[in-house]
Design a protein. Structure first.
Length: 246
C-alpha cells in the first residue's frame, strides 16, 4: 500500500481543461468533440438543457460551448454567471448566421464569445486559449492532500493512489469539507448544512449523509481509511501534518 503523497501528479496548470459542449446537432457535436479531444481537452457532451445542467453540477466545466438556439439555455448560462463555485467559467456561444430566420442569441452578458456556425476549429481553439489566459496565474493551483488522496480543488479533480476518482458533486463537496477541516471533527449537522444547505431545525434524516459517505469510501478504495467515523457525532479525516497542504 502507498503511504506517501508524491504520486507524480501533473501541476494543476498542466491538467486538461474540462469543456462542456451543448448542441442539438449530432454532426456538429462529433466534429467539435473530435477536435477538442485531439487538442488535449477533457470533453463532456450534452444535447439539451437538462443534461447540460446535470454535467455542470457534477463536473464544473471550465469552458462551456453552447448552441445559442437551445430553449431556455440563456437562463442556464445566466445562473452559471452568478454561481460562486464557477466564477472563472468561460462561455462560447455558437450562433447560426444572421441571415437565418428567428434565431434568439444567448444574452450578451452570459457569453464571453459568440462564433457563427459552421465553426472553424482553429478559431474555436484559439478563442478557448485566449479566454483561459485571462484567468489569473494563481488560479487553479490550490491542492489538498491527505494520505493517498490528492484534490485539485478549483478544478474538481480527485486522485487516490495516483488514479483518477470520479465523484458526484455532493461526494466532492463532502470530501472537500473533510479535507479542509484538517483533522477536526465535523458533525453530521455541519456537513448537511454545508453540502446540502439543510438546517437542524428542518429535522431531516441524516441517513442521506451516511449513504453518501459510504459511496465516497467505496470510490476511494483503500484510501478511504483516512475518513474516520466519530460515533454519534460525525466524521473527520485521519491526517498527520505532512499529509495536508494547500
Amino acid at each position: 500500500m502507498h503511504t506517501h503523497v508524491d504520486f507524480g501528479f501533473p501541476a494543476a496548470e498542466e491538467l486538461p481543461e474540462r469543456v462542456l459542449l451543448v448542441s442539438r446537432h449530432e454532426q456538429q457535436r462529433r466534429i467539435i468533440e473530435s477536435a477538442l479531444r485531439e487538442a488535449g481537452f477533457e470533453v463532456a457532451i450534452a444535447s439539451d438543457r437538462r443534461s447540460a445542467l446535470r454535467i455542470v453540477n457534477e463536473k464544473q466545466p471550465q469552458v462551456i460551448i453552447v448552441d445559442s438556439a437551445l430553449p431556455e439555455i440563456g437562463d442556464m448560462l445566466q445562473s452559471i454567471r452568478t454561481d460562486k463555485d464557477m466564477p472563472e467559467t468561460s462561455i462560447i456561444s455558437l450562433s447560426e448566421p444572421l441571415s437565418s430566420p428567428a434565431i434568439a442569441p444567448v444574452p450578451e452578458l452570459a457569453a464571453d464569445v459568440d462564433l457563427q456556425t459552421p465553426v472553424v476549429m482553429e478559431v474555436l481553439l484559439s478563442k478557448i486559449t485566449e479566454l483561459q489566459n485571462r484567468i489569473p496565474a494563481t488560479s487553479g493551483k490550490r491542492v489538498l492532500t491527505a494520505g493517498a488522496i490528492k484534490m485539485f480543488s478549483e478544478q474538481w479533480l480527485v486522485y487516490a493512489h495516483g488514479e483518477s476518482v470520479n465523484l458526484t458533486e455532493k461526494e466532492f463537496r463532502l470530501l472537500r469539507e473533510l479535507m479542509e477541516a484538517r483533522g477536526r471533527v465535523l458533525t453530521r449537522e455541519m456537513l448537511m448544512e454545508r453540502v446540502w444547505g439543510y438546517r437542524r431545525s428542518l429535522d431531516l434524516e441524516t441517513r442521506t449523509l451516511d449513504v453518501h459517505i459510504s459511496r465516497l469510501r467505496a470510490k476511494l478504495g483503500s484510501a478511504a481509511s483516512n475518513i474516520i467515523t466519530v460515533r454519534s457525532v460525525g466524521y473527520r479525516m485521519n491526517v498527520v501534518p505532512e499529509w495536508l497542504s494547500q
